[in-house]
Design a protein around this ligand. Sequence first.
Ligand SMILES: [Zn+2]
Length: 531
Amino acid sequence: MKRISILSVCALLAACAATSTSVRGPSGLTFVHLNDTYRVGAVEDGNAGGFGRVVTVIRELQAIGRDVHILHGGDFLYPSLESQLWNGQQMVDAFNFMDAIAPMHVVAGNHEFDRRTPEHLINAIAASEFDWLGDNYRFNTGNPEADAALQKSFTVEHEGKTIGIFSLTAHADHGGNDRDYVPIDSDYLSIAEKMIEHFEFTGVDAIIGLTHLYMSQDLEVARLRAMHPTFVFVVGGHDHEPEFSQLSDDSAAVMKGASNARVIWTIDMEFDVAGLPVITTTNLSLDTTVLVDPDYRVLENKWRDQLLERFPFLEARVGTAALAMDVREAAVRSVESSWGNFIVDQMRKAFGEPAADLAFINGGTLRIDDTIENDIRFEDIGRTFGFSSFLRHTTVSGAEFRQIMEAGYRGDGGTQGYFPQVSGFRVCVDRSRNEGDRIVSLQVPTDGDWQEIESVQQYSLVVPDFLFGGGDGYQIPKDRPASLPASELKYLVLDAVLAAQAQGLEVGVAVDSQNRRFHELRESKQPCFID
Ligand SMILES: [Zn+2]
């Protein structure tokens, strides 16, 4: 195993955020934080992220004498190709491996509750050796052992110091799942405050938050530090790209890593002469400079072999890509994507001829987090869709459609699962305007040209059932005839790739910079749709 010192990794990184200049000592406490992980192995063709690299980082820290605890900000049981077979048991196995090396504490994310019934969660908990933490929710699965497994007011000990960890997950109003088997309280701030006061009362030396919430909610929780000086950081999930907010007297530090452990955080904790916690935070990009732990590789290969046993056709070539298509999350969740365009174009044809006028899909449905180039393998299609996506056909007026699409352009333009990939129209957005009023132009093809969508005209629309039901904030009218969920998108895409292959055609068209489906105005004077 190649030895890497964390400081040298830090030196290689573009962004290393340290809240103090102290150099890591040979002993002491280090938290390693990751969140939103869906693969047993690495992503980007094995070149980025993955637990095998996390294990290497942990072993290096332990080799210099650090006491390491792993924190995970949730979202791991689903969705993925493997979870469709094993319901997250492969992730539990990977977590147990890490927990055996350093104690691992996990808050559940919304994807732990993707299933409508609790059996798979009960099985996952039964197999877990790591800690499930939760202070704003409880398990109500009907299985007493599973329900009792969730730990509240959790603490860890280090050389006579006690660190309290409160943990919060997202309610259905904030991207969570609404399930009877896991009642969730959405009053995050007051629960956090109650937990902090409880920890203070019991005399802990430091308090940290482990969350699966929106960043804005984490920042609100972090401001409780103003009254509670032992409350020092919040680490979270739900976001798939790194976040950082600095520690100050008025706010705890807030950190999130990148999905699939592409970027993780280490947080060293020391105590000053007054006994207050002092932290040093570092983000690590887990790229090819960090080797995959060889023992972990055995576990990774075991699951790969089992997958190939179940799906021997997984590596079979089903088509050919016309270009390298960037399907990494950073792409499909913020910009127009060639693979996204190909997929959404198929959706319009899902209900026969004539093709529907309009279709869109949330970028968060496209889970592969990889580049598709040269051969398109069955695995590329299987991994693109981590869960089944049945489609719905309905009708909307042009005015309604403009309003529906506003939901896709809320926020600051960072990567978001709700960002839409679109077909049958093009849209120009100005984020300097208020949310709900950001679409400058939404055009449909008319007589070989583009024209603004007609407010009163009716248009046929195809969307995944998830969005039809109000997922990701899209409000699609229900007061009119609509199809039942039909046509599984994964097989529609496979069919289209196979059809192209049969005709000797390649799949994918480069995004046309002179005719974008999605265009964001950087300055209001700029023309829409053209770079
Ligand atoms: Zn989430």
